[in-house]
Unconditional design. Structure first.
Ligand code: PEP
Length: 246
């Protein structure tokens, strides 16, 4: 049976008390479904509240949105893999487009963060994707391949998930078509197969909502979705994570 992962990126929303209220609603209605996992990436201050809320559910997981590559030190404002793990995280996003394009994270840094995540026992969810200018210049696959090479290297050592998130689709209301997404997912799958890592999950992210999730997930190349805006409201998210993939 096909297994699906629904990942919620809460970005800079939902503090600890709001997270507890979210789960009071969510857990009341969402029972574990076979072959379906739901992961949450709250802001760092809310990781512990989320981890506590999901601790008895093997289908649910808390994660960090970003980690520093060093385990500790003078890096004001940052959190490390071991600190995130101590708060209850079991995964982390790496290389989200907002980290790359708003905070200037480099390709080299994403590689260091994937390695740091693995050292801390966190499952990395590596985000890759092209800008609109790169897509229009026909550079999508070159950019995505460069991002994979830089973050994962020639041999994929990590137990990792990849999220293909075209930058032009994130938070814009403009999602990729299932065909657009599938084309890039196939190229990523080929890159993984060449490195004997064919079975790694590939998610799609970018303006996924309850309205387009079924159509996107009907595309068999998608192993799930990474969702920002539409994951913030517990009732909408409940509906989204129950999407039947045609
Ligand atoms: C994201 O933040 O990873 C994302 C895909 O956001 P949105 O769903 O709001 O486009």
């Amino acid at each position: 049976m096909r297994s699906l992962l629904f990942a919620a990126n809460w970005k800079m929303h939902i503090g600890p008390s709001e997270a507890r209220a979210f789960f009071a609603t969510f857990l009341r209605s969402h029972t574990a479904q076979p072959n379906r996992e739901v992961w949450f990436f709250p802001p760092a201050v809310s990781i512990e509240a989320v981890a506590t809320a999901v601790r008895e559910r093997s289908d649910l997981r808390a994660g960090a949105q970003d980690i520093h590559w060093e385990p500790k030190g003078a890096f004001t404002g940052a959190i490390s893999g071991p600190l995130a793990a101590q708060a209850g995280a079991r995964a982390t996003l790496v290389g989200h487009s907002e980290r790359r394009h708003v905070f200037g994270e480099t390709y080299e840094q994403t590689g260091k963060k994937v390695a740091a995540a693995v050292r801390a026992g966190l499952h990395p969810v590596l985000c890759v994707g092209e800008t609109l200018a790169q897509r229009e210049a026909g550079e999508t696959l070159t950019v995505v391949t460069r991002q994979l090479d830089a973050a994962l290297g020639a041999s994929v050592q990590a137990d990792v998930t990849i999220a293909y998130e075209p930058v032009w689709a994130i938070g814009t209301g403009r999602n990729a078509t299932p065909q657009d997404a599938a084309d890039v997912h196939r190229a990523i799958r080929t890159w993984l197969t060449d490195r004997k890592a064919r079975t790694i999950r590939i998610l799609y992210g970018g303006s996924v909502t309850t309205k387009n999730a079924a159509e996107l997930l009907a595309e068999r190349e998608l192993d799930g979705v990474l969702v920002g805006g539409a994951s913030l409201d517990p009732s909408g998210w409940l509906e989204l994570v129950r999407t039947t993939a045609a």
